[in-house]
Every structure is written in structure tokens, then in C-alpha cells.
Design a protein around this ligand. Sequence first.
Ligand code: PA5
Length: 351
Amino acid sequence: MNLDDITAFQQIDSQDMIGQINGLPDQLNRAYEIGKTFPLPEKRKFHSVLISGMGGSAIGADLVASYLQDNISLPIIVHRDYELPRWAGEDTLLVASSHSGNTEETLWTYDQARQRGCAIVAICTGGKLADLARKDGVPLWQFDHRHAPRTAVGFSFGLLLALFEQLGLISPVEQEVDEAVHAMRNVQTNLGIDVPVTHNPAKRMAGQLFGRWVVVLAADYLAPVARRWKGQINELAKAWAQFEFLPEADHNTLAGLENPSAMLMNMMALFIQAPGMNSRNQKRIELTREMFMTQGINTDMIVARGEGKLAHIWTSLLFGDYMAYYLAMAYGIDPTPIPILDAFKSEMASV
Ligand code: PA5
């Protein structure tokens, strides 16, 4: 497909996914601001934060946890399952994050957290979670967003950042947010649908991914960005992808680059790099990529833009969102509906 044929995009993209991607810098900014106005749980000393969510409602939590790891003195754990760990109790803050407010795993952890006496904050657009929070007098962070959960990553990230700031768990990050938003707007000038393939690296990368099995590798504070790219390729382009984290992949994945050789020859390995990463991890990314190439595997790399870590996270995330969108266009797939996930949820709800 011609990735410069914008008219074709409009026919495929029935629910304006591209408008959501274009709006991410504004969404992040807005979420961080409105988060400062939402109610807090009663004051107490937390020893840990558990953020419970799935899919598009969990990725913002991964990104926040990895961004804050140098700045926060208590553990932030992202929980993508039913049963809470045994240690979760009265000194735990449980953030229940569900865009729809109806995700069964998240509702399950909400109930458990109530039974265990955890402090709770509910983040959602409505649904059962909002009803429960209202009934139980739990602080409800309800935001208005009428599109797919994965397009609300600016909300889930910005609201969590504001929550930690309001609770006094981190020092204000307003400057970093401004810088990230500015850097995102800068990179958008090269990534938008009206920028032709010849000048648009996200379109070119999508072209390379077409028909290939994709693996995304990253390290350090960009590890969750690799996970985001994987999820966006899955959900927007309805295509197979996986993520790998370094340094761990250098201790096992590398050994698996021999078989099945026919499949590996059809693989595309994408590396995400940033100047703020641990210097040994930067070296690892380069060396790991070389090893992939030596094995005859196709590779590509992007370097995150902007000055600080937050800008690196968000510019590389945005690149991946555009790239996954163009891959969806290349496959002729509407990026918003995810019928197989919806059908699975209904099936689970009926048993
Ligand atoms: O992107 C999606 O639609 C999914 O990954 C959902 O986020 C996931 O199924 C959880 O649903 P919700 O975000 O409504 O809790």
C-alpha cells in the first residue's frame, strides 16, 4: 500500500485513531493538570504502591514506575492479575486503573484491597469501578475520554504522576512534563500522515515491518516503551509482535537466534536507545544489535529525542504509536476495533 495515500487512510481508520495519536501531547499535559484537582485517600504512611490494571490501562503504570525509579523511595508494582500479593495490606496504596471500569481482573483486586484495608484510588472513565468507588467512598479519579483505552495512555500516565506528586511521594515534575510535551510536538513534525515516506521515519519503519515477525528490544527506563510498541502493533495493526528487555535478553534470547531459521530470517528486530540510559546498557544495545545482524536478522534502531528521561520515554512511545498506525494502514486494517479481544471478554463474562 502507498503510505502517502491519506484518502485511503481515512477510509480505513473509521474512528479517527490518528486524531488520538496526534492529540497525545495535549492529553498528557491535561491529565497532569486535572490530576492535581482530584481527591486523595486519607493520609497515612504507605510502604508500597500497587497499580492494578490490564492492557491499555496498565502500560501507563509501567511507564510511570520505570520513570520514577530514581525519584521515589517506595516500590511501585504493576499488577496484571487477580490475586494480590500476600504482603498487600493497610500500608499499601492500591490504584485500580481501568479505562472502562469493567475489567474483571481489576475489579477483583479492588475487592481484595477493600478486604485487606488498603488505601485505594480508582482511575476510570465510569463503569462498575466508578459505581463501587462512589458507593464505598473511595477517591474516584474519573476522566472523560471516549476512545479506546490504549489511546488514553497520556491520561493513565499523567494522572498517576499527579497522584504521586499530590501525595508528596515525589517532588514536582512540571518542568519535565513541559519539556516532554514540547519534545513530542517537535517529533510530530516528522511523523504525521502528511509527511511523505521519504521524510517520515515511522512510515519507513512500518514498511520494513510489513509481512515480518516483529521483536522490540529496549533497556532501562525505555523497557516499558518496547512493551507499548508490541501492544500497539498487536492492537492497531492486528499483527504479531513481542518485546524483550536488556540486559536479560543477552542471557538467554541471544542463544535462540538459530532456530527455526526460516522464521528468524523473516524477523525484524527493533532497538530503542536513549542517551540517558546506563552506559553499559547503551553498549549492550549496540552489541546485541550487531549479534542479531551477524545472525542475518534484519534490525533497525531509533534513538529517543529530547533532553530528559520523560522526553525520551514519550518521544519514543509516540514514534511507536505512529509506526503501528502506519503498519495498520499497510495491512488495510482499521486500527480501533479489536473484535477478538471483545469476543474473548464476553466469553469470559458468560462462564
Ligand atoms: O487497549 C485495550 O482496549 C485493552 O488492552 C484494554 O485496555 C484492556 O482490555 C483492559 O480494559 P480497560 O482498559 O477498560 O480496563
